[in-house]
Design a protein around this ligand. Structure first.
Ligand SMILES: Nc1ncnc2c1ncn2[C@@H]1O[C@H](COP(=O)(O)OP(=O)(O)OP(=O)(O)O)[C@@H](O)[C@H]1O
Length: 578
């Protein structure tokens, strides 16, 4: 199952990569010519030593030098061009996937947030950086290495053997590096992520940390994570550094060894001095991609991990297909035998719940803590998929609307309201860059937040979070309600809407519910407090994820009171339900 998911994700990444196929081919062709031109240096050496120095002809030296200047210029241009192309290939890869990965991150985090998903956008950047790094260019150069070796063999077989053995040792070092540093790199990355995650959490909860004297304890925990990250990082750098130094030393030694062996062969009259120098240069060229790969190994490893994580994310969160747009629904919401299992849980938090909400109705969902009220809100907004049963909005399953469209029809006020960086108007308009002013004001008025907003320094244009204003819990809740009411949703789902509201706020909320009902919409209110269900016509009582009652408010309340009285009056030891 897991491999199937990863294969699906890998395929999607490959398809995206394939969109730049022509550019990869272009880079391949440029690389071919650039590598051929790499022979310029050795050939020049060969000619200078064996022809110019032998004949003493200055004209030949001049002609050869001019030719070399031209060839190097062409090589430089080709190298520069392929670098530019690869930078664009990387940028295109990221650009093509930005939206898809962003959507997948949001959709997955809404269900079950985790560190790995959080890092997905960084993973995409890591892949992009690998594509644009010199190491990928080295991969284009690698196929030319055998040709350079063949040229060395042409100079003298002994030189060829020495070069081959040297290269084999270098490759063995590269492979050992791959195996030994992989674990250390991965541990360093995970530890680093954990330390950052912890510091983010401490920063977000700074008020509590400060108020409750938790700073020392928080520092101790954070420092533990941070030093773990530091130790892993140092270990990873040590391993990588050891291999890089070994490679560098070996390469330098090889070049001298080539010269030494070449000189010996010259002394034996088996080779010319030019071939000796040219052989040494050629070896350098042949081994350059290997050494570059080793030096850039952390970039490659991060890219490979990023690719793997992205494949898993994209495989897990399938793209949302194009849906036939349905007309604006009527406010009829029906749940039938609804079963919801929270992500990561084994037990259902809602067990076979059925109810219907009609236009013009407000339904209160009540029950003790952990009864499943918020779970129901998440299921009705389409955030959590039902494990069984169905939820239909005006006859169509929720997923038939597509999440963006569904969000327009269902206004949602979560239990914990949080607002984004931006103006109040942008927040009410659900983050639109250029909000529709009339709709923003209408929503704010309906949430009775208009006067309150006008009192802020810049009214609707007051920036939230940038320090211009600090909003109270009640103010946040009212702006959250205005956001839920923006653009005339047909259904309003309010999770503990009055937990932070004062009397005026509660009255405003009740007014908003009345207006919504009068306009033919419907409202669901998850609540603990009686004030919140004042405007409700019907009640759904949940306990332990089970529907205990559903019907007209008065009847349900009467039933509950009767039940309560029976429990009170039951003889002691009769085993009544608490
Ligand atoms: N994000 C989550 N991941 C896993 N399990 C969850 C999650 N949220 C809720 N649950 C589980 O679902 C069950 C119902 O929780 P839910 O939050 O729906 O109750 P509630 O009635 O809204 O409670 P409260 O009135 O305290 O807000 C609980 O047993 C809880 O453990």
């Amino acid at each position: 199952m897991q491999t199937e998911i990863t294969t699906r994700g890998r395929e999607e990444l490959r398809q995206t990569r394939k969109r730049s196929r022509t550019l990869y081919w272009t880079v391949g062709v440029f690389s071919a010519f650039a590598n051929l031109l790499m022979l310029t240096g050795p050939l020049y050496m060969l000619q200078v030593y064996d022809r110019v120095l032998g004949s003493g002809s200055e004209e030949t030296l001049m002609a050869l030098s001019l030719l070399v200047v031209f060839l190097y210029a062409v090589m430089g241009i080709l190298d520069y061009a392929r670098g530019r192309i690869m930078a664009r290939v990387g940028a295109r890869f990221q650009d093509d996937l930005d939206r898809r990965v962003f959507d997948a991150v949001v959709r997955k985090s809404a269900i079950a947030p985790d560190d790995k998903t959080n890092a997905s956008l960084a993973d995409l950047e890591a892949v992009q950086r690998t594509i644009t790094s010199p190491v990928l260019m080295a991969a284009f150069d690698l196929p030319w290495t055998p040709i350079f070796f063949a040229a060395i063999f042409l100079f003298h077989p002994y030189l060829g053997y020495l070069a081959l053995v040297g290269a084999a040792v270098l490759v063995a070092i590269a492979i050992a590096n791959q195996f030994l540093s992989r674990g250390a790199q991965a541990r360093a990355a995970v530890a680093g992520q954990q330390a950052t995650g912890m510091s983010d959490q401490i920063r977000t909860e700074a008020e509590m940390v400060q108020a409750m004297g938790m700073r020392d304890a928080a520092f101790t925990r954070w420092q533990k994570a941070r030093s773990e990250a530091l130790v892993s990082h140092v270990r990873a750098t040590d391993v990588g550094g050891t291999f890089t130094s070994m490679t560098k030393t070996l390469r330098l030694f090889l070049q001298s060894a080539m010269l030494g062996l070449g000189a010996y062969l010259v002394l034996q009259n088996e080779m010319t001095a030019g071939a000796m120098i040219a052989g040494s240069i050629l070896l350098g060229r042949a081994l350059a991609p290997v050494e570059l790969g080793l030096g850039q190994w952390p970039v490659v490893q991060r890219g490979v991990t990023g690719w793997r994580n992205l494949a898993q994310l994209l495989g897990t969160v399938a793209p949302e297909g194009q849906r036939t747009e349905l007309p604006k629904p009527r406010a009829i919401l029906a749940a039938k035998n609804l079963i919801v299992v929270p992500p990561g849980d084994k037990q259902a938090a809602l067990k076979s719940i059925s109810f219907t909400v009609e236009p013009g109705q407000a339904v209160g969902v009540i029950g003790p803590s952990g009864a499943g009220k918020s779970t129901l809100a998440r299921a009705l907004t389409g955030v959590w998929r039902p494990a069984g049963g169905s939820i239909r909005l005006d006859g169509a399953a929720l997923e038939h609307y597509g999440s963006e469209t569904l969000g327009r029809y269902i206004g949602y006020l979560p239990q914990r309201v949080s607002l984004f960086d931006g103006t109040i108007a942008q927040n009410i308009s659900r983050l639109l860059e250029n909000p529709n002013d009339a709709k923003v004001v209408a929503a704010a008025k309906m949430a009775a937040a208009h006067e309150m907003i006008l009192e802020f320094p810049d009214g609707y244009d007051t920036m939230i979070r940038s320090g211009q204003v600090r909003l109270s819990g009640g103010q946040m809740q009212r702006i959250g309600l205005a956001r839920a009411l923006y653009d005339d949703p047909v259904i309003l789902i309010l999770d503990e809407p009055n937990s932070n509201l004062d009397n005026i706020g509660s009255q405003a909320l009740n007014q908003a519910i009345r207006t919504m009902k009068a306009a033919g919409g419907s409202v669901l209110i998850m609540a603990h407090r009686p004030a919140a269900i004042q405007e409700c016509d019907r009640l759904l009582v949940l306990d332990g994820g089970v529907r205990m009652a559903f019907g007209p408010k008065d009847e349900v309340l009467k039933g509950m009171v009767k039940n309560h009285q029976q429990i009170q009056q039951a003889p002691k030891g009769a085993g009544g339900v608490a």
